[in-house]
Design a binder for this molecule. Sequence first.
Ligand SMILES: Nc1ncnc2c1ncn2[C@@H]1O[C@H](COP(=O)(O)OP(=O)(O)OP(=O)(O)O)[C@@H](O)[C@H]1O
Ligand SMILES: [Mg+2]
Length: 612
Amino acid sequence: MICPVCQTENPKGARFCMNCGSSLPLICGNCGNENPNEARFCIYCGKPLVGQSVGLPQTGSIQKNAEITADDDANVEVLDRNDHSSVRDLTSYMPGELTNKLQRARETQTMKGDRRVVTILFCDVKSSTLLAGQLDPEEWAEIMNRVFERLIAPVYKYEGTVARLMGDAILAFFGAPIAHEDDPQRAVLAGLEIVTNLHQLGPEIQKQYGIDINIRVGINTGLVVVGDIGSDLRMEYTAMGDAVNLAARMEQTAKPGTVQISEEVYRLVAPLFDFEDLGGIEVRGKAQPVHVYRVIQPKSIQARWRGIEGLKAPMVGREEEIQNLMMAMVEVRLGKGQIICMSGEAGIGKSRLIDEARKEWLSGAPTLKRRSPTWMQTRSLSFSTNRPYGMFQLLIREICGVSDTETAEKIREKIRHECSAINIPDGNCQRISKTIEVFLGVDSSENAQSLEGESFKRELFDAMLILCRHWASQSPLVMVFDDLHWADPASVGLLIHLFQLVEDSQILFLCAFRPERDSLVWQISTTAERDYPHRYQKMVIRALSDGDSETLVKRLLENYELPNKLRKRILEKTEGNPFFVEEVIRSLIQSELLERQIIGGDGNQQVVWNVK
Ligand SMILES: Nc1ncnc2c1ncn2[C@@H]1O[C@H](COP(=O)(O)OP(=O)(O)OP(=O)(O)O)[C@@H](O)[C@H]1O
Ligand SMILES: [Mg+2]
């Protein structure tokens, strides 16, 4: 804060100059306008000035609704963290685990200057400047505190970082300093939760203060240059104009109460959500309209984003592994339950192998003696590693056919229906139903039980044992637990408890995971090996051979033979990891170095790939 009289630089928040005692101007933290000292609201933008710190906005800071144009790319400046907001201490909103992770990142990394692709989320409380004028500043500050709480919680839940708090808006990053492979998905999930949270808060605020609040969320993925993590664990960053600007544009053009994303984000999360295609919008600095989408909801079964759109290679290699899986099923049919622990690095092909086994197992025509196995599959999610029983909740929802949009009553009905089929005395069925209702959070009784209590745990473990035994008595049962390296501790305990079924039921536990050192998954494999060695099989999925990788490249390109040099280069770069093979080919296609063409006329068409 520079004193207009003596030019002395004063500390942030000073109301009077420390050198000459002159009163310092009151600058709006939202728009930068200079206000009379008695002003409670900015005379230019209407933003409350009470409770904000005073000081000149630093050069380079983002003004809300003031776009950074693509031209600013050349004019890279670290944005300041002296944001003005009624919410001060971000750390108070942070889950402990995230605080620790950020502290660690802060201590161990100097990120300054790191170019990172991050997913950028902007959200803004709709018409708040107008609304603010109808209220006392204290009331408005109280509302905004409640609003911010609901905006920030989802960002932290999915391990995003708040980069900026503006008057009534936030800017968050997903991908720095903690990077996840699914950051775009996390950003969209956070955006949807922000909208839901505000939707729930809206009526409370309306009732109490008689005003409507709403929110718009915009998301884009792109390059920013990140700085250090501040002492308040806020992420410093340098805007690379375009990417941040486009995220802001997504937000500004979104309908209130919705999440709008750019084409870039859409490409990364397309199989995971339902969307409305909104067509193109004009963006300053871009010659062509930018394609945008409104996110409606997560798809009920969230597929993994893998493969190249429009190109899927038939399975390559893995004959021995498939043979082993087939043999395990023979054992299961003989009443010898099995546990298979399948490990392998990310992208090596565990899930694909399971998928192929499923096709093989289910394809044989059932006979009276040989019924097709029942297939039940679930997985742990990277952003739910602390949610108790997360993967079992997904499993039960799937088995009962429960979707997110159903009422609690409908869900209870479905649970009761599923449980009524079990061949045990009626009272026990009701007890199991009740336990599952609590488990899925739709219990109608007044005193909601905690999922973490010991007595509930006993009920749940018993109920799951009875349910799985029942399912396995109907036909051989395959239970797949994928991505177990992210399993939460409660799920690990329950899965280990269920392993006892291998002694007397036709059940196959197929557990897939990455060999991550710090993961709880090792408890699963070591217990299985120690307690059920006669039922246990370890399967390590290794890199594809050079020959198989070569076949994979060829099959992805619809049997087209690439020039030798390029083929060799791809094999070298991808080291037998099929996911990497797909990614390299995808990036060649995206950068137009590889181009698909169809040549030949009617009836004699042929695919060729042009290599540039
Ligand atoms: N043997 C194979 N033949 C052809 N394609 C394969 C093969 N193995 C894997 N793929 C393809 O490679 C991609 C990555 O495989 P997959 O998703 O199964 O890996 P993963 O081991 O499950 O990885 P993650 O640990 O990340 O879940 C998928 O698109 C899959 O279809
Ligand atoms: Mg997988």
